[in-house]
Design a protein around this ligand. Structure first.
Ligand SMILES: *Cc1c(COP(=O)(O)O)cnc(C)c1O
Length: 646
């Protein structure tokens, strides 16, 4: 009984439906209604939940026709708008429901995605809600001051500040904006007092509180008494007194906290809100004109769709978050008989994660089964005969029994080879048969409900590596740096059963450039099931929820540069329901070389000298030399990733 018999018994391809794919890749869980499969098995993005949706496959074709090849970042601009609206309207609705007396004054933290087109889209979508900006550095404040136009929306400045930073913020106030300087360090107080006196500009001041509530999740060090940010309670008392002495008591209107990004557990948020509101009420009671409570970031994204307090997930919804923040502030304020503040949140991840999709092509497959064993019966070494007998199962062994027998023989074969009793050809045959048997056994158990424990190891050993044309370090840095999970799924063929157990590897020369943990609604998966790749057809993988942090933090490991990018808008009049408004070419080889102090021109001059020498020495003809140099120049202008079309 061979592998095919096993398959026929257990698996019928017709049993696999689009719903099976939806379930396996978790689309309903992490997709939140924005990612669905159409009847032909294509993955569609639905920027508005009830809109028609756009085939990601079509976007790739359109981008290619404009000369933008994979890997490709696709920004769904309408999805960005949807998220901004959702955040603001959820808070607005919750405020109404709870009969809360303040309002919501959200700001977008620029560090989560600084790309201009992203920022512009967010500001436009947020205009109606007076949605503002948060900055954590001088360059980010430079962006904010220039792009922020709505004078009813806020700018909040966090992070370490030098004189120039503070002056910039004060200039903002001078031209009619509300720019808050949030004091992170005690030393900043004196600096702000001095500079505002020098410039005779009244500052707007907030205090960042170092809460004793410690966050949970990967970025928990943003709060708690060990955090590098914020003022402790004695420092707050001291800073408040300094302001009074300087005659700037009127300027303190805001307190701020940030318990870290991607907070998986709502209880943390509730505790932090309660603690911060206590500070708010105390400062109000001390006579400061308190007006705003800034609850920072931390609103999560459910990357694995499990709705749990697992690190890559969250156990609450946006609605619950808004309601809990509002409810707790209200409860504490009314106890203290202090008027409720306007609420600011600095939710970044939750606003931008979903709008960005990375698509890469699987360009190769590393498989133990790449060479099928060529079995001849006669004149074989005894060990090979043993293997053939297990392969053909002439003794009617159970799958697991055959596997155990094969493992024993594999050990024997390895020993024989090392001692010189087995030649390379036979060793090749023995290994090929061994892997074939293992594959049979894996296939047998593929669809079985109960799996022997050994299957985990065996499956991992037999999994194929799909080589994807991209760099984990450039495009998926948080997966490498902090084991963050992102949903990954093919963007077509989703009406076919995926039959290959895979892990993914990138094209960098770094063994860390791999993905071997995948989202699952129950646990984490170590393998991702994908389709057989076909010679004549490209196989595209989508990496989802990529819009937060990944865009800017990627690095140039192996000098793989930024990838091509297209910005997609919904358009009912277009045949495929969308158009590409903007396309941004990825880095050329020349551009990444410049970032490491090389100069394409100097490099080609240096190479030319060596070609001239080789020509003089008659190693090559002059015409061949010219051709080599031309191609070198051509490649300087091209992109850094694999390009199969030339
Ligand atoms: C990073 C950061 C944010 C954004 O946090 P998200 O979890 O992405 O919403 C907000 N505020 C401050 C101070 C930050 O440092």
């Amino acid at each position: 009984m061979g592998a095919d018999n096993y398959r026929a018994k257990n698996i019928k391809d017709s049993d696999w439906t689009i719903a099976s794919s939806e379930k396996y890749y978790g689309l309903k869980n992490w997709g939140k209604g924005h990612f669905k499969i159409d009847e032909e098995g294509f993955l569609k993005v639905h920027p508005l939940k009830d809109s028609n949706g756009i085939r990601i496959f079509d976007i790739i074709q359109e981008a290619k026709s404009k000369g933008y090849d994979l890997p490709l970042t696709i920004r769904i601009q309408d999805l960005l708008q949807t998220r901004v609206k959702e955040l603001n309207e959820t808070f607005r609705d919750a405020i109404e429901q709870e009969a809360y007396s303040g309002s919501y004054r959200g700001v977008f933290p620029i560090k989560v995605n600084q790309m201009r087109e992203v920022l512009e889209e967010i500001l436009e979508a947020g205009e109606a809600y007076n949605y503002g900006l948060e900055c954590g550095s001088k360059p980010e404040l430079m962006i904010a001051l220039a792009h922020h136009k709505n004078l009813n929306s806020l700018i909040v400045c966090n992070g370490y500040k030098d004189d120039a930073f503070i002056r910039l913020a004060l200039y903002g106030n001078r031209i009619g904006k509300s720019v808050f300087l949030v004091v992170e360090q005690l030393s900043e107080i004196q600096r702000i007092i001095r500079i505002s006196k020098e410039l005779a500009i009244q500052p707007k001041i907030g205090f960042r509180i170092k809460l004793s509530t410690v966050g949970e999740g990967k970025w928990a060090r943003s709060s708690g008494e060990e955090a590098k940010f914020g003022l402790t309670s004695p420092e707050i008392v001291d800073a408040a007194e300094s302001l009074k002495e300087a005659g700037l008591a009127d300027c303190l209107e805001l307190i701020h906290f940030h318990i870290g990004s991607q907070v998986p557990n709502i209880q943390t948020i509730k505790r932090a809100t309660v603690e911060a509101t206590r500070y708010y009420c105390e400062l109000a009671a001390m006579g400061f004109p308190m007006k705003y409570l800034d609850v920072g970031g931390g609103l999560g994204v459910d990357y694995d769709g499990s709705m749990s307090n697992f690190e890559s997930s969250m156990n609450y919804t946006l609605k619950e978050y808004a309601r809990d923040v509002i409810y707790n502030i209200q409860a504490i304020c009314s106890e203290a008989a202090v008027a409720c503040p306007d609420i600011i949140s600095e939710s970044g991840r939750s606003v931008v994660a979903s709008h960005s999709i990375l698509v890469s092509e699987v360009c190769d497959r590393i498989s133990k089964n790449s060479i099928a064993p060529k079995v001849r019966k006669e004149n074989q070494a005894p060990i090979i005969e043993n293997f053939i007998s297990i392969l053909e199962n002439d003794y009617h062994g159970a799958p697991l029994e055959r596997y155990h027998d094969a493992v024993q023989k594999k050990e024997e074969a390895d020993n024989l080879f090392n001692l010189g009793y087995l030649n390379l050809k036979d060793k090749g045959l023995a290994d090929a048969i061994f892997w074939k048997i293992c594959q049979d056994v894996v296939l047998f158990y593929q669809e079985e409900k109960i799996q022997p424990e050994e299957m985990d190891v065996l499956k991992a050993m037999m999994a194929d590596q799909y080589v994807c044309n991209f760099s984990v370090f450039q495009s998926l840095i948080d997966h490498w740096a902090c084991d963050q999970l992102f949903p990954i799924a093919p963007i077509h063929r989703l009406n076919e059963r995926p039959t290959v157990n895979t892990t993914l590897v990138d094209i960098t020369c770094d063994s860390e450039g791999r993905i071997a943990s995948f989202v699952d609604s129950e646990d984490e998966r170590s393998l991702l099931r994908l389709h057989e790749i076909k010679k004549e057809e490209s196989y595209f993988l989508g990496f989802f929820l990529m819009g937060a942090y990944q865009d800017i933090m990627g690095d140039l490991h192996n000098l793989f540069g930024r990838v091509n990018e297209v910005h997609v808008f919904l358009e009912d009049d277009e045949e495929d329901g969308f158009y590409i408004e903007d396309s941004i070419p990825g880095f050329s080889v020349n551009e990444v070389l410049k970032l490491t102090q090389y100069d394409g021109q100097i490099l080609s001059r240096k190479l030319k000298k060596q070609i001239d020498r080789a020509t003089k020495e008659d190693l090559i003809k002059p015409r061949e030399g010219t051709r080599i140099l031309d191609e070198y120049l051509q490649i300087l202008k091209s992109q850094t990733y694999l390009n199969e079309s030339n």
